[in-house]
Design a protein around this ligand. Structure first.
Ligand code: 13P
Ligand code: SF4
Length: 305
């Protein structure tokens, strides 16, 4: 048995014995997806985590995902498998900056991408994810929307919702903005028969060129269901590998070799094992006042989505 398979077996045995479930975002490595009870995009993870019967949860993803799980399931012990795994975008705005923005835009409904800290969520009316944003924003009665913190995702959704007055702030995912129009031109030239599938966190000039724009699971479902055989993938490069394993008769190419999220890649199998052995990870705790205030924006997301 390989070292990877042996570690996976130890994890599977321990998680059963100690009543843990493992949640993994699609950007995690293949070996982590293999031991997860639930794999999904940000929306699926936050929604379905509540229904998992186990009393302990390990989040293989980034900090805001573990915080969201704790917000919705305070009775569970929620662990972030690698404490250094944060999302840089989630920390681009702080409490004071958002308070000032709210003063500048009175009467606006504050819509936050779920990639925000728990503290910031306390100031927001509703959260959205890349897969749920259009539906949720169109279900909000107010026409005036202040969208934080990703101006690229916001710009893409704004184009889909011309009836809304959406104000954006400067911010975004440092991983997805690495992909440029030059990358698109080069990839199209190299793979003229391939469809271009990208995440809405990409720059507007990149999404404008895409054949499909969607969340991580949206991209994966599109590629699996499509009759086409070749795809250029414009999101975190783990998706290229996951799709290649899932669809061996198709070809997948990364739009850019640089689209790697080091935070999502921080988690290893050994990190997961160490949480189960009680010698690693970080148990998420949230101040009860912050949790209750922040939770409202997540509950609104689930209600409107
Ligand atoms: P989704 O999982 O909602 O597609 O978001 C991608 C992402 O960047 C998560 O950090
Ligand atoms: Fe954050 Fe971007 Fe990494 Fe997602 S891919 S965790 S948005 S930095």
């Amino acid at each position: 048995m390989s070292a990877i398979a042996a570690t996976q077996k130890q994890i599977l045995d321990l998680k059963k014995e100690k009543d843990f479930c493992i949640l993994a975002h699609c950007y995690q490595s293949e070996e982590i997806l293999e031991i997860a009870d639930l794999v999904g995009d940000s929306y699926a993870l936050s929604k379905k985590a509540m229904d998992m019967p186990q009393k302990n949860v390990i989040m293989c993803g980034v900090r805001f995902m573990a915080e969201t799980t704790k917000m919705l399931s305070p009775e569970k012990h929620v662990f972030l498998s690698n404490p250094v795994a944060g999302c840089p975008m989630a920390e681009q705005l702080d409490y004071d900056m958002l308070s000032q923005l709210k003063e500048m835009y009175p009467g606006y409904t504050v819509v936050a991408y779920i990639n925000t800290t728990a503290e910031l969520k306390t100031l927001c009316d509703v959260c959205v994810t890349s897969s749920s944003a259009v539906k949720i924003i169109s279900n909000i009665e107010n026409k005036d929307i202040l969208f934080i913190p990703d101006c690229n995702l916001g710009d893409y959704k704004k184009k889909q919702l011309p009836e809304k007055n959406i104000k954006l702030v400067h911010g975004g995912c440092p991983t997805h903005v690495r992909m440029s129009l030059k990358d698109v031109e080069r990839a199209r030239k190299l793979h003229p028969n391939a469809l271009l599938l990208v995440h809405p966190e990409c720059l507007p000039e990149v999404t404008a060129e895409a054949d499909y724009v969607g969340s991580t699971t949206g991209i994966m479902d599109f590629a699996k269901e499509s009759a086409q055989k070749e795809f250029i993938i414009g999101t975190e490069n783990s998706i290229v590998q996951h799709l290649q394993f899932a669809c061996p008769d198709k070809e997948f190419y990364a739009l850019s070799k640089d689209c790697v999220c080091h935070n999502m890649k921080a988690t290893t199998l050994v990190d997961v094992l160490h949480v189960l052995q009680g010698r690693g990870g970080e148990e998420i705790t949230l101040d009860e006042e912050i949790r209750l205030k922040a939770k409202r924006s997540i509950e609104e997301m689930i209600r409107l989505g």
